[in-house]
Ligand binder design. Structure first.
Ligand SMILES: O=P(O)(O)O[C@H]1O[C@H](CO)[C@@H](O)[C@H]1O
Ligand SMILES: O=c1cc[nH]c(=O)[nH]1
Length: 234
């Protein structure tokens, strides 16, 4: 059952997995939200934990940064470990002026500059989308928990430090809300495996408003997203 990147044994990972980019965020969630937790993976320091939230089994696994890293971990979870639902809990930078720091973005669709979908040899381009049922549940949860949110398109980039500063802002004219770096491979792997995925992204900075969450704010604002994601565990 072990893979090159995950040493979990069969049955150690829940059917729903939350995936932050940062493995330390996975550790934080395990320590602050889950009961009866154990760490099933330490390979490469990309720790994964399984525990219980409100009596429901759930796992939390770091994805690392970027499309290839999320591609590896989510592929293995869907295809080797029988995860059926993966919820990314990430951070993102606002490219649309209507998006505010601290809001949670639900990624309905995903644009990209990555070539990840070339592997599928499709006779056209593929439109990566969220699982609708998960998206609907997330919206209901955000409303119930009074979390400021927006639903829309995101831009998943292979590049954090652009050679032409401000280039990512071009996506705004197409209504794209934020930039991040992992949703593409997550949504593609879910589609290919016939499974479910949704990205929740807390806005940490904005190219228009100049603000950025402080470390302290990041902690509390990420907590709203984490609670929203945990409430989707069935
Ligand atoms: O906070 P995470 O989930 O890592 O997400 C965002 O932060 C990283 C860049 O700083 C990229 O991984 C990007 O997608
Ligand atoms: O991928 C990311 C994450 C945060 N902020 C950005 O501009 N890009």
């Amino acid at each position: 059952m072990n893979t090159f990147h995950n040493e979990a044994e069969a049955g150690q990972i829940g059917s729903t997995v939350l995936m932050p980019g940062d493995p330390l965020r996975a550790k934080y969630i395990a320590e602050h939200y889950l009961t009866d937790v154990f760490c099933y993976n330490r390979v490469r320091g990309m720790n994964g934990y399984t525990g219980y939230y409100n009596g429901k089994k759930v796992s939390v696994q770091g994805s690392g940064m970027g499309v290839p890293s999320m591609g590896i971990y989510s592929y293995e979870l869907f295809n080797h470990y029988q995860a059926d639902t993966i919820i990314r809990i990430g951070t993102a930078g606002a490219v649309h002026r209507d998006v505010e720091v601290g809001q949670v973005i639900f990624a309905m669709g995903c644009c990209t500059n990555s070539n990840y979908t070339a592997q599928y040899h499709l006779p056209g381009s593929f439109a990566p989308i969220a699982d609708y049922e998960l998206l609907e549940q997330a919206v209901q949860a955000a409303r119930a928990q009074h979390i400021p949110y927006k639903v829309g398109n995101v831009f998943c980039s292979d590049v954090f430090y652009e050679d032409s500063p401000g280039e990512k802002g071009l996506w705004e004219k197409m209504g794209v809300l934020v930039q991040e770096m992992e949703t593409l491979s997550l949504y593609c792997n879910a589609a290919r495996a016939g499974k479910r995925a949704l990205s929740l992204l807390t806005v940490g900075s904005s190219m228009h408003h100049g603000g950025a969450l402080t470390n302290e704010e990041r902690e509390t604002r990420l907590d709203a997203m984490i609670r929203c994601a945990l409430s989707l565990v069935s």
